[in-house]
Design a protein around this ligand. Structure first.
Ligand code: ZN
Length: 556
């Protein structure tokens, strides 16, 4: 063999995710490519004097994980914030926030993440008065797990200038109390942003979601601080075995920071980032931004080649859009962020330029609105291999399941999100959607059996980023009621949704997502045999080695 071999991984249980050759014992890497995948003796024979060897000790080796829905800037910032994941009751909240405040005496805004809607109890709603009793004089805000709702104390509301309320537009709300002042509950980005802007990035990490635009005035120090935060976030991805991330918010500011990281240091993870189309933007932005960015950011390590849209909010706050009324709120179905006609125009225009569209749609009404738009795009532009996606699909109307297949729409779903999974409470979610919708909630198996293609991810920082923890959640999910369908995929299908399907949804199945000669060397070596590990113990597996583009990006 003429190629020099840089690295051999052997004594491994390789799950190649390549259907033609699903298993192997060893693989060889030269530069950034796999040059051979096969049997132990055959691969070891390729070694030369400079070849490094990794003995996998009989553990699983997989294509590097592809996190198909996440937020890199917000996730990176979350590494500096307080996780309230699993915290329950006032006393527990008080001690967690108190300790975090004491450790961070200089922060202008203290931020808590993943606070359950029922963090105090099943019945008591959080108000600024609860938070004032914990932190009376320093601004504090905590976010729900989905980050669509936040609760701020009086100091934060006052400093942000919203204690007296403010009009924040359709679908957003600063909840007001009977005393004429804000209660502390803030729904959706426009309501939360005035408080978030007091944080260490001055809210810059939220712009990719909030406006899709760039920050106005950024000093060199602020930009350097943001770049360092994102680098730390990317390194964290590599530690978790991830080699590709698909960001679900975007702006030019982040793309240029990522471009600089790539130029100066090399990205340790491949990043894909969208143009975020908001409802106030003219259609011409698709050509001016999304098409221009596709040309400018077109590498295998950094690319911008799709359009992200939000069609609705979240169920807990009543901002998800349902076909029928909320079970606990007669007369209320939620309001879409785009009218059906407006979204259809966006879908037609993006599709006309050959751009993939990915839309956040949580309620079954929003899912339908998006499918209608994709159908309009196909009707106007003709059928093509568009791979348009719907993100989340927490509830789907049974009449729409077959349309995913007819339209070739990809289901991008998060095994960390179903209530009852990943430590999330069942309420208020189950009551809000009502038992009639339960069988069609987070319906991965139902959609897959109907023929839809599925990708999995965590939506970090909404949920913890670890793919192995997410795969554990996928494999251990339990029905909410005995007569509900088991929505789990098989382990093989679940791993595919985190590897080969993720590459396919990026239109990169000719280069990555499987371990095969000629493909990019994106590899993760696990600390055990994932197939022999009981499902309950999968989260305890660790990535021992991560390789991205032929470079070792993590080694335990
Ligand atoms: Zn998201």
């Amino acid at each position: 063999m003429s190629d020099r071999v840089d690295l051999i991984i052997h004594n491994a249980r390789i799950l190649t995710m390549d259907e033609a050759h699903p298993r192997a014992e060893a693989l060889a890497v030269a530069g950034n490519r796999l040059v051979a995948v096969g049997g132990e003796a055959e691969i070891l024979a390729l070694a030369g004097p400079g070849t490094r060897h990794v003995d996998a000790g009989g553990c699983s080796v997989l294509p590097g994980f592809n996190e198909a829905h996440m937020h890199i800037f917000g996730g990176s910032v979350s590494l500096t914030q307080l996780s309230l994941f699993g915290v329950k009751g006032f006393e527990a909240l008080k001690s967690a926030v108190g300790a975090y405040a004491a450790q961070n005496p200089d922060l202008s805004l203290l931020v808590g993440l993943s606070a359950d809607y029922t963090i105090l109890s099943e019945t008591e709603k959080v108000t600024r008065h609860h938070l004032d009793a914990i932190l009376p004089d320093r601004p504090f805000v905590m976010y729900s797990p989905d980050r669509h709702t936040a609760w701020a104390n009086t100091a934060a509301l006052r400093a942000a200038g919203i204690l007296q309320g403010r009009d924040v537009g359709v679908g957003n709300e600063i909840v007001m109390g009977e005393d004429g002042l804000a209660t502390g509950e803030l729904k959706e980005a426009n309501a939360i942003d005035p408080v978030a802007e007091m944080g260490i990035t001055a809210g810059r990490d939220h712009l990719g979601i909030g406006t899709g635009g760039d920050p106005d005035h950024v000093t060199a120090e602020e930009r350097a601080s943001d770049l360092a935060l994102i680098r730390r976030g990317l390194a964290y991805c590599a530690e978790l075995g991830i080699t590709s991330v698909q960001a679900m918010d975007g702006n030019l500011y982040q793309l240029e920071i990522l471009e600089e990281i790539e130029r100066e240091h090399g990205l340790p993870v491949r990043v894909r980032m969208p143009f975020h189309m908001k409802n106030f933007m003219p259609l011409s932005m698709i050509e001016e931004k999304a098409v221009a960015w596709r040309e400018r950011f077109a590498g295998d390590r950094l690319r911008s080649d799709f359009v992200k849209v939000f069609a609705d909010g979240v169920t807990e706050s009543g901002t998800a859009v349902m076909v029928d009324d909320y079970a606990d709120q007669p007369g209320w179905k939620g309001e879409p962020l785009f009218t059906p006609e407006h979204f259809a125009r966006v879908a037609v225009e993006a599709d006309r330029h050959g751009l993939q569209v990915a839309v956040h749609a949580i309620g079954d009404g929003a899912v339908r609105l998006v499918l209608d738009g994709y159908e309009a795009a196909r009707g106007t532009n003709g059928p093509r291999d568009s791979r348009h996606r719907i993100e989340h699909i927490e509830v789907v109307n049974p009449d729409d399941i077959g349309r995913f297949v007819e339209l070739g729409t990809v289901a991008s779903m998060q095994p960390t999100h179903p209530p009852g999974s990943a430590g999330l409470p069942l309420e208020p979610y189950l009551t809000r959607i009502g038992p009639a919708r339960w069988p069609y909630a987070f319906a991965w198996r139902t959609l897959k059996d109907a023929g839809a293609r599925i990708v999995f991810a965590t939506d970090w920082p909404v949920s913890p980023l670890s793919p192995l923890s997410c795969i554990h959640d996928a494999m251990t999910r339990k029905p909410w009621r005995a007569d509900m369908p088991d929505q789990r995929l098989t382990l093989q299908e679940t791993l595919a949704a985190y590897t080969s399907e993720g590459a396919w949804v990026e239109f990169m199945e000719d280069r990555k997502g499987v371990l095969k000669a000629g493909y990019l060397a994106d590899i993760v070596v696990l600390s055990g045999d994932v197939e022999a590990t009981p499902h309950e113990e999968i989260a305890a597996l660790r990535p021992l080695v991560t390789i991205c583009d032929g470079v070792v990006t993590h080694r335990e």
